[in-house]
Structure formats: C-alpha cells, structure tokens
Design a protein around this ligand. Structure first.
Ligand code: IMP
Ligand code: MG
Length: 181
C-alpha cells in the first residue's frame, strides 16, 4: 500500500490494508451465503462507488444469485425545491425477489433514504442493505444496514471505490484524509 497519496492537493494516508479488507469480505461472503442459500438473491450494486466492493464480495458468494447495477441520478428539478433523484439502469424485475443492495458507504443516509422507497415500490420479497463502510455518527436517519464490512469514524476516506472529486477510486486499499498540521 502506498504510504501516502496526493489527490487535488490533499494528502491521504493508509487506513485499511488490502488484506484486512479482503479478510473481512470473505467473512461477509460466508455470512451472506448462509443467509441466502436457496433464495436466489439479486444483488444490486449502486454505482459508481460500490464497484470494487461488489466485485470482491460477489467473488466470495458461492450460492446461485443474480447481479445487477443501478445508479442514482440527481438533477435539479424545475420546481423550487431543487434536487430530484431517479433510479437508472435497472432492467431486472424486483417483484418477489430477495434483493441485497451493495453500497460503498453510508454517511448521512440521505442517499439510502432515496434509494429504499424507490426499490420498495418495485415489490421485492425482501430488501436488505450491505455496505462496505458505515459512518454511524454521521447518520441522520433510522437506517440499520444488515451487513456492514467496517464501521468508521466521521472522517473523509479515499480508495477502494471511494473518490475525491473523481480521483482515487481505483486504489486497492482504503485511505483517510491526513489531518492538517
Ligand atoms: P450519504 O450522506 O449517506 O447520502 O452519502 C452520500 C455519498 O457521499 C456516498 O455515496 C459517497 O459517494 C459520498 N461519501 C460519503 N462519505 C465519503 C467519504 O468519506 N469519501 C468519499 N465519498 C464519501
Ligand atoms: Mg455511493
């Protein structure tokens, strides 16, 4: 793992080594395998951030399953209230399916609060959340993810899918913003 990464003039230092991430993901994979055996789950990875987590986790899943990808597009509405969010990229029917959302990080929970009702409306049999990171102290909604790889403090992270203004997503380990001196 690189000892320090610079992105847009900020310095990031290691927080989680690649091997620690992979170890935790293996355990998570075994847990999900057990919970969903015989249920033919549909994993829905939320792009862009979850691409690396989804890839590594899904390689650990050995039961029959389906994998798809969605994206939340936000645009400014014509109304004064501003942001409108819509779900794009979903071609599978969720009706009666056991759906597991794969997310990179839950911070305030605002994104999840938009995603959940949009997916609930498609009548899945069950709907669960699996997130790579949870910033529990930052949560502003009553959301309890069903699977959490790591609970992390309220600091800014980079790598393993997470970006800083489009950069750093491809780093295989997780970095944290270095405190300025
Ligand atoms: P929310 O606050 O739970 O809605 O999270 C919104 C989005 O903010 C996440 O999906 C990430 O894309 C981004 N985000 C939150 N915390 C971090 C971080 O520490 N690093 C990079 N992106 C983050
Ligand atoms: Mg995200």
């Amino acid at each position: 793992m690189r000892p320090r990464v610079f992105v847009h003039g900020k310095s990031f230092v290691p927080y989680l080594q690649e091997v620690s991430i992979q170890e935790r993901i293996q355990a998570l994979g075994r847990e999900i395998d057990r919970d969903y055996d015989g249920k033919d789950p549909l994993f829905l990875a939320v792009l862009n951030g979850s691409f690396m987590f989804a890839s590594d986790l899904l390689k650990q899943i050995t039961i029959d399953c389906e994998v798809s990808f969605v994206k939340l597009a936000s645009y400014s509405g014509m109304q004064s209230s501003g942001q409108v969010t819509s779900l794009i990229g979903l071609s599978e029917s969720l009706k009666g399916r056991h759906v597991v959302i794969l997310e990179d990080i839950i911070d305030t929970g605002n994104t999840m609060m938009k995603l959940l009702p949009a997916l609930e409306a498609l009548s899945p049999a069950t709907l669960r959340i699996c997130t790579f990171l949870l910033k529990r102290e930052a949560l502003q909604h009553a959301i309890e993810p069903d699977y959490i790889a790591f609970e992390v403090p309220e600091i800014f992270f980079l790598g393993y899918g997470l970006d800083y203004d489009g950069r750093g997503r491809n780093l295989p380990g997780l970095y944290q913003l270095e405190a300025e001196k």
